[in-house]
Design a protein around this ligand. Structure first.
Ligand SMILES: Nc1ncnc2c1ncn2[C@@H]1O[C@H](COP(=O)(O)OP(=O)(O)OP(=O)(O)O)[C@@H](O)[C@H]1O
Length: 666
C-alpha cells in the first residue's frame, strides 16, 4: 500500500519545534519578539553578573535599521520599484484624500482639546509632533529592523561552550535546583531563531571570563533542522584591559512603535527589583530626533546574597530523576546516595530508608533494579521529611524593594513585607510584597507589578496569581484604601527554585497553587495593615488642618462683629453701665474697659482668636496622644547626624519633650 503524504512519520528537532511555536516562548509578533529578545538578553546579563557577586552593569542598545540598510548588510541589491501599484503601501487618489481629511480632523480635534484644557503652545506642538511621527511610521513602506546589543559585566562564557550555549536549543547552565532568572536554556536561542527567520543574519558574541587574557569572538547561527550551532567565524582577541562579561548582538525584525512603552516599563520595573544594578538604555532611531537614552541608575551597592544550588527534595522527585541520579552519582552505597544527593535526608534517616525498602543499605545505587527504584520512589513520596528551609533562595529583600520603589515612583507612602518560607512540591519559595500609595506616573486604582525570581512579568497578568489575589482576595477598603480612586502600587515578588509558570515564555504564574496563593495574600495584607496605620494618622492630620482652615477663615468677620458689639457697650453712658454692671463678670468688664481706653482694638481680637484656634490644635493633639497611648503617638522617627566632618552641633533649643540641637557648618 502506498503511504499517503500525511501518514509519513516525521520528526522535529527542538529548534524546529520552537521555531514553529514561537508564541510558547513569548515570540508572538515582531513587536513582542523585540521586547522578548531584549528581556532574555538583559536577564542573562543579570544572572551572569550576580553569579560572581558583581554589581550588574547592563548596556542595552537598540538601533533602528531600514530595509535598505539591512539589504546592504546581507549583500542584497536594493531595486527601485517598477510598478508602484503592486505594493501594499500604494494609495489611490481617493484613499489619499480620505487619509488627509482624517488627519486634518484629528489635528483640529487636538487643537480644540488643547484650547479647552488651556495647554501651552509647546504642549500642543508636542502632540502634533507625536501625531506626525505616528503617521510617518504607519505610512512607511519599509519594514523596520533592529540591532539589539546587550553588554554585561558578568562571568562570561568559556570559549569552547559558546557555540552550544547560544546555538543549541535547550542547552544552558541553569538546570539545577537553583533560583535563577533563566531556566529552560531557550531564551538567547529563541532570539537567534527569530533573527534567522526574520533577517537571516547570525548572532555576534564577544565574551571573556574573569581573569582571562583573551576574549572570545563568535559569529554563529543555528541550524534549525539539526538543532546545532553553525559557526561562521571565531577568534580570540586580546583582553589586556581585563574586561569580563558578554556582549551579544542580534539583528531582528521588530516594532518599536507599539512596544516602546512595554520595553521602557520593563526596564523601569527591573530597575525597581534590582536597585543595585545600573541600566543604560539607548534607542537609536534613523531620525535622530526619535532617539532615546535612559539611565536607570544604581541606588545601592547592597546586593542580595546570590542564590545557592540546592539538592532535590525527596518529596519532589520522580522516577526518571531517581534513575538519573542513581546512574550519575559517585556514591557507592544507598546510605551515602540518599544523604548526599537529596535535601533534608539526614544520615540517620538514610540508614532507615533502605531497610524500609527491604534493601541492603550497602547496595550501590548504580546496581538498583527498576523495581527497587520504583520502591524507592513510592517510599520517598510516603515518608515525612523536613521542609526545605529556603536558605538557598535570594529574595530582593524589603530594603531593596522599598528603595527601588522610592527611586522609580516616589510614592507618598510605602509598606513592605517578606513572608515566611513556603513549600510547593518540595521547592521552597518566598513571597515579598510592597504596597505604595501615590507617586509619579501612576494611575488611580490598583497598579499591579509582578516579579518572579526578580524578573518583571508584564504580559498575561489577568490569569496570574498576583493579579487575581490583589483584585479578588483583598478587601482594600478594610485598610482605608480606595482601590479605584487611590493611586495604589502593588508589588509582589516570588522567588523559588521552581516557579509554576504557565508556558515557556515565563509570562505569568499559575493561580492554582494554594500555598502560593495564600502566601501572596498574606504578604499583601501585612503591607496593608502597616499602611492603614499611616493612612489613619494622615487622615487625622488632614482633618485637623481643614478644621483649622475653616476656623481661621471666619476670624476677621467674627472679630469685626465682636468689636462692634464691644464698642457699642463701651460707648453707653455711665449710669446705664452701672445698672448692667452686676450682670457682667469681671473679665468682660476688663475687655469693655480695654475697648474704651483703646487697648483692645479689632486687630487685638483677631490676634487673640488666632491664638485660640492654635490652642485648640494643641489640645486636640494632646487628647489624641492620650487616646493612642503616649508612647505610640509621641514617638516620631527622626534622624539627625552631621552631614560631614565639616559640621558641628550649634545652639540648643529646649522644650518640654526634649532638646533640639542645630547643625552648623564649620
Ligand atoms: N550574558 C551571558 N553571560 C554568561 N553566560 C550566558 C550569557 N547569556 C547566556 N549565557 C549562557 O548561555 C546559556 C543559555 O542561555 P539561554 O538564554 O538560551 O537560556 P537560559 O538563560 O539558561 O534559560 P531561559 O531560556 O529560561 O532564559 C545560559 O544558561 C548561560 O549559561
Amino acid at each position: 500500500m502506498v503511504k499517503q503524504k500525511e501518514d509519513l512519520l516525521q520528526q522535529k528537532s527542538p529548534a524546529e519545534f520552537f521555531a514553529d511555536n514561537r508564541t510558547i516562548a513569548g515570540f508572538d509578533n515582531p513587536g513582542k519578539c523585540l521586547y522578548t529578545t531584549i528581556r532574555e538578553l538583559v536577564e542573562n546579563g543579570l544572572d551572569a553578573a550576580e553569579s560572581i557577586s558583581q554589581l550588574p552593569e547592563i548596556e542595552i542598545t537598540v538601533t533602528e535599521i531600514s530595509q535598505q540598510q539591512l539589504n546592504r548588510m546581507r549583500g542584497v541589491t536594493n531595486h527601485d520599484r517598477i510598478d508602484e501599484e503592486l505594493y501594499q503601501d500604494f494609495e489611490t487618489d481617493g484613499v489619499k484624500q480620505k487619509r488627509l481629511a482624517k488627519e486634518a480632523k484629528e489635528m483640529e480635534r487636538l487643537e480644540k482639546q488643547a484650547a479647552k484644557r488651556g495647554d501651552t503652545a509647546a504642549a500642543l506642538d508636542g502632540k502634533k509632533k507625536e501625531l506626525e511621527v505616528k503617521r510617518a511610521q504607519a505610512s512607511r513602506a519599509d519594514k523596520v529592523f533592529f540591532q539589539v546589543t546587550v553588554r554585561d559585566n558578568g562571568m562570561g562564557m568559556a570559549h569552547k561552550d559558546i557555540p552550544d550555549m547560544l546555538g543549541r536549543v535547550l542547552s544552558g547552565t541553569k538546570y539545577g535546583v537553583k533560583q535563577t532568572r533563566g531556566k529552560f536554556g531557550l531564551g538567547a536561542k529563541m532570539a537567534l531563531i527569530w533573527s534567522k527567520m526574520s533577517t537571516g543574519l547570525p548572532i555576534e558574541v564577544t565574551s571573556a571570563r574573569p581573569g582571562s587574557a583573551t576574549r572570545s569572538y563568535f559569529k554563529l547561527d543555528l541550524d534549525i533542522q539539526r538543532n546545532q550551532p553553525n559557526v561562521h567565524e571565531q577568534k580570540l582577541l586580546d583582553n589586556s584591559d581585563g574586561w569580563h562579561g558578554a556582549e551579544l548582538s542580534v539583528i531582528i525584525a521588530g516594532n518599536w512603535q507599539y512596544y516602546r512603552a512595554k520595553v521602557l516599563k520593563y526596564l523601569q520595573q527591573i530597575a525597581v527589583i534590582t536597585p543595585y544594578a545600573q541600566f543604560e538604555f539607548a534607542f537609536q532611531a534613523e531620525d535622530e530626533k526619535n532617539s532615546i537614552r535612559v539611565t536607570f541608575a544604581r541606588r545601592t551597592t547592597t546586593m542580595p546574597q546570590p542564590p545557592k544550588a540546592t539538592k532535590h527534595h525527596p518529596s519532589s522527585v520522580d522516577l526518571e530523576l531517581i534513575k538519573r541520579l542513581a546512574a550519575s552519582t559517585p556514591c557507592t552505597s544507598l546510605i551515602s546516595f540518599l544523604s548526599k544527593e537529596f535535601d533534608c535526608i539526614s544520615r540517620d534517616l538514610a540508614e532507615k530508608i533502605p531497610l524500609e525498602m527491604r534493601c541492603d543499605p550497602s547496595t550501590s545505587p548504580a546496581e538498583l533494579t527498576s523495581k527497587q527504584i520504583v520502591a524507592m520512589h513510592d517510599l520517598l513520596h510516603q515518608l515525612r521529611f523536613h521542609n526545605p528551609d529556603g536558605a538557598h533562595l535570594s529574595p530582593a529583600g524589603e530594603y531593596n524593594l522599598r528603595l527601588g520603589i522610592m527611586k522609580e515612583l516616589r510614592p507618598e507612602m510605602v509598606a513592605t513585607h517578606q513572608g515566611a518560607v513556603g513549600v510547593h512540591e518540595g521547592h521552597a519559595f518566598i513571597v515579598e510584597a510592597a504596597i505604595s500609595v501615590g507617586g509619579r506616573n501612576i494611575k488611580p486604582g490598583l497598579n499591579i507589578h509582578r516579579f518572579s525570581n526578580r524578573i518583571p512579568l508584564l504580559f498575561e497578568g489577568g490569569s496570574d496569581v498576583i493579579t487575581r489575589t490583589a483584585i479578588k482576595r483583598i478587601n482594600w477598603s478594610q485598610y482605608k484604601i480606595n482601590q479605584t480612586s487611590d493611586k495604589v502600587g502593588v508589588f509582589v515578588s516570588l522567588v523559588s527554585t521552581k516557579i509554576p509558570f504557565k508556558g515557556a515564555g515565563k509570562e505569568y504564574i499559575a493561580d492554582d497553587v494554594e500555598e502560593i496563593q495564600l502566601a501572596v495574600r498574606t504578604a499583601i495584607q501585612q503591607c496593608c495593615v502597616q499602611l492603614k496605620n499611616k493612612i489613619t494618622k494622615q487622615q487625622a492630620a488632614r482633618d485637623q488642618r481643614q478644621r483649622k482652615k475653616n476656623l481661621t477663615k471666619y476670624i476677621p468677620n467674627v472679630a469685626a462683629a465682636l468689636f462692634t458689639v464691644l464698642q457699642a457697650v463701651a460707648d453707653r453712658k455711665e449710669d446705664e453701665q452701672a445698672a448692667k454692671r452686676r450682670r457682667r463678670d469681671e473679665e468682660a468688664e476688663e475687655v469693655v474697659l480695654g475697648v474704651r481706653s483703646g487697648d483692645v482694638t479689632e486687630p487685638t481680637l483677631v490676634a487673640r482668636l488666632q491664638q485660640h484656634v492654635e490652642q485648640i490644635d494643641v489640645d486636640m493633639a494632646l487628647e489624641y496622644q492620650l487616646q493612642q497611648g503616649v508612647t505610640e503617638a509621641a514617638k516620631l522617627e527622626a534622624h539627625l547626624m552631621p552631614l560631614s566632618a565639616r559640621h558641628a552641633y550649634g545652639p540648643e533649643a529646649h522644650c518640654d519633650v526634649g532638646v533640639i540641637r542645630r547643625l552648623q557648618e564649620l
